[in-house]
Design a protein around this ligand. Sequence first.
Ligand SMILES: NC(=O)c1ccc[n+]([C@@H]2O[C@H](COP(=O)([O-])OP(=O)(O)OC[C@H]3O[C@@H](n4cnc5c(N)ncnc54)[C@H](OP(=O)(O)O)[C@@H]3O)[C@@H](O)[C@H]2O)c1
Length: 711
Amino acid sequence: MARIVIPREVAEDMSGYIVHPALMDAFLQGITPFLPEEQEDETYVPVAVRQVKFYQRPGPDELLWTHAVVRPATGEQGTLEGDVFLLNEQGQVLLEVLGFRLQSLGGDNTQEFTRQRLNQLLYTLEWRPQARREQPGQGTLRKRWLIFSECGELGESLAERLHAAGAECIVVVPGDSYRQLAPRQYEVPPADPRAFQRLCEEVWSEGSEEIPTDIVYLWGMLTTPVCDGMLDLEQDRAESGVLHLLQAHAVAKGNSSSRLWLVTSGVHAIEEQDRATALLQAPLWGLGRTIVYEHPHLHTTLIDIDGMAPEEQAERVFKELWSDDVEDEVALRGERRYAARLARYHLRDEQARPLFRSDGTYLITGGLSGVGLRTAQWMVEQGARHLILLGRRVASKGAETVIESLRAAGASVHTMQVDVSREQELAQALAWLRRELPPLRGVFHSAVVLDDGTLLQLTRERFLGVRPPRIAGAWNLHRLTLDDPLDYFVLFSSAASLIGSPGQGNYAAASAFLDQLAFYRRRHGYPALCVNWGRWGEIGQATRESRGQRLDARGFASMRPEDGLAILGTLLRQSPPQVGVMSFYLPDWSRFYPNLTASSLFNSLAAESEAQEEQRDSGPRLTREMLAELDAEQRQRVLSEYLSNQIARVLGHSSLKLDARLPLNWLGIDSLMSVELKNRISADLNVTIPVTTFLQGITFEVFLTQIAEQM
Ligand SMILES: NC(=O)c1ccc[n+]([C@@H]2O[C@H](COP(=O)([O-])OP(=O)(O)OC[C@H]3O[C@@H](n4cnc5c(N)ncnc54)[C@H](OP(=O)(O)O)[C@@H]3O)[C@@H](O)[C@H]2O)c1
């Protein structure tokens, strides 16, 4: 038992907390006298708590006691476990922390502890076999379909089947200009946003606007796959078409609910015989995963088909369309059906071995700043002696200083101004490298440009503007180093393509190319590792944007660079094809994107999070049913409080004093916050809110009235 004296500064600050962090720390120290005396120098860290029971808030002037009860050792070496109680002078228990566990960092425990901590950051995408759909017709079939046909058998055959099942089909093919080819048949140029607007006006014209219409998008299949090792990088019909379709749909249909099916062919490498050559369809997956956040009412479903005759493809896809299935991401392979799950990835035990050869050269694109430059430093620490760092611009003063320190440490570091998306420039740099430096042993592709915006804000040019370093750059690196004796070919991709990223649909799409390139290379016997990084702390793009702090509050925290690099080292040794490395907490994330709780991609993580979630405040929720119980005056007050709390939450405040007559956008609500607000409020109250509402100068007063009218 020990007495706690609260210092004045802590006492003055206590009103903002249930239990002040400094008091919590002092109170938990109550267990430390029980640490083994013979290991005085040993460091113990808290690793687990079974239960916390809070009874009463300690007052700043109270005399407090901490009482610890330590249980006999559980058998695990280097751990201490007990229950700790906080009591006041009267002996009343204010707080209990039960099953509080400390673990020694000594020897093996340090390694194990670090491994466990790093494992928390790791994710992988698993394709899990699913039950086959036997018969079509087990769900609801929409009455109206818009099919963006790939001008081949699949589109035609789907239209026929839907028609035979009693549905109306409107078929759209890509062409040079907007034309109606026949009744319910249109030609639309993928690059022209106005043509999509005309199409949507036509499709949802007077009389038909209320009929729910599902959309099947097959245009991704118009891009040619890798053929004889070549890829036509100019093709963008797949993504441009979807972008323009979404924008036109938003104007014509607002938030009304329908379903969007994005069908690709040959993107994923799931079974041995899969082609995985449709690299230019891969961006649709990154894009589709982002549409899920920004346009939840479209209930986007991604389907990848492979290894089937045309008739079988049509039959299998048709069964998918005619079902009320809850899977968001499906792969169809002959008779087999797989569904994607984001799952935990675990590092294996390993014998540390040197990662880099002192007589080999390592190339880092984007190596003159951020993550690339930090990786270069780490590589030198790990024994690399010849580095070549590429960027389009000359090294900044700060980068020069770092590079000088690497040279002082004994490494030869070369910098070159090369645009990796330009084949000739890269080829020349590689030719020089092969002449002047030891053999190229590793490529680390870290080059990136960003141009964030929601899908409604992005033009085709902005959408495609982030592609060159990602798509052309990665492809050039792949092709031009095929004959080099590489140990590593590492693609620095992003969490954006793995789990989607609101406001970064272009980046998510371009990054998805990197993900599939890794699989493609491995299929052909070349080394490849794709790392889908989450946010790095201290360095790189994420520290330059204002998004950082917002993302912290949304369960997407930053990682310490040393953790990222320690993981990179292990991944290089263990060589999986693709791993997500991110500090990600699903319950917080889905609080801002409530539709994710129904997303099958996050299914297995959601189950894990549920237990943690129960203990956390899930924020003020309100439902129509709750409001219906109230009289008019109460309803208005509760609704007003709820809406102002939601606005406070997206702005990162615990509460907010609103002047109801001032425009909400004066508070700093941006387009992403708009998406979050719309998603959350419409999910809770089942109301329709156009996404542009908060950006158009609406006042709280008017907003409240608009919502109240829908109750
Ligand atoms: N930092 C993070 O939190 C984070 C999160 C997720 C993923 N990542 C991934 O980690 C990698 C590095 O990100 P970062 O934060 O370090 O970005 P960064 O600081 O902006 O560095 C990117 C570098 O790429 C170079 N670059 C851009 N286009 C190029 C081109 N066409 N040819 C050659 N170099 C080009 C840029 O230099 P020039 O403009 O001079 O060419 C810049 O030095 C990226 O792949 C990124 O997607 C980072």
